[in-house]
Design a protein. Sequence first.
Length: 442
Amino acid sequence: MKVRIMTILLLMLLAVLPGCSAEKETSIPQNEASGAVTLPNGAQSDAEYSPESPGTDDNVSFGTGSDNTQGERRAVWLSYLELQDLLSADKAQTQKHLENVFDNIDAMGLNTVIVQVRPFADAIYKSSYFPWSHIITGTQGQDPGYDPLQLMIDLARERDLRIEAWINPYRVKTPTQTLDTDTIIYQWLMEQDDYVVTTQGESGEAALSQALYLNPAIDENQALIVNGVKELVQNYDIDAIHFDDYFYPTTDVVFDSKAYEKSGKELSLDVWRRNNVNTLIHKVYEAIKAIDENMEFGISPQGNIDINYNKQYADVKYWIEKEGYLDYIMPQVYYGFKNSVPFAATVEEWADLASQSDVDLYIGLAAYKIGQEDQWAGEEGMDEWIVDGGDLLKRQVEFCRDLQGDSYKGFSLYNYGTLFQPEQSVKELVEEEKENLKTILK
């Protein structure tokens, strides 16, 4: 109950922060197309920033974290990888599985569940815009006869847990998935040459056997995504809309060359792509606040700011600095302290950035690496999650709590399955990590 009260107080505070709507609209037509958005001055600047690569720090210290725990967000991501084994057309069986999931999360001392409600261009809830997800019944578009999202919301509320709706905005399907033919996306794929495309810009029948994406440059695609967000905010008792780190799937110009040509090519390709993403993020934020000014909107980008900016065209620095884009940022700092891109310096870089705004900072932690070789971490950091494991997550949370300033508000663990359904080879180490982490979540 204390957690719930603190959450309500936090939401009341957010309602008066800059960028939040002063008035609340009770409803917006779900079929309303999103109009053009004029970005603040500077959004079309061709100048690029290049953040310094975080250096190593051999003198990392860890405190008790006693000064930065009040109201701490303690989240876990529940991805479609777990949901596809938890959900089925059998509601009673699904409820039994999910009750166990939410009991585990609650017992761990966590207070927030980030549920992947739209992993592709389909939904685990009743949607007017997207077909039922194939991860429930095995067939996209097949009604399971109940609403899994509503079931999870009920389970969360019974345990005083926050629940956020996690969306992958652009991804339509993988090469092996079948696309429901009775959808607007299928119609666009067949009739439009650049709305739904592969990484090589292909569309139509030949593209059905490949990975498909909504082209971020297309106004109709942005309207579809925004309307999908609106119905979630209007119809479900959720606490936030959450986007992950999937924006542009490729840097290859072939991906959106037709749309870029149609734009007139007045901007460089990189700036044009960033503006496409910026426009969507701003539209989503405004749509959420118009319906519920207390609803949060957050994004979980990659931990490396430069990769976000230059590879996925996600200008996280701009979103944090400008009003009207985000309530929180949750970078995936999936590094150890000994990583060649070290955890400590990376977190400090994000904290410095967030400290200049009203955007809250949550740190994404790599629970999935426990007991695993970290092949991209460099020679010193490669075995850190094995040799130095057992309390690595605990030490990372303590480090975050000891950050200067008040931008840090909590953490999230990726993901539920690796914590509560670990492989046998790492099970003992995972349990040790959990027990140590629980000692600072009391």
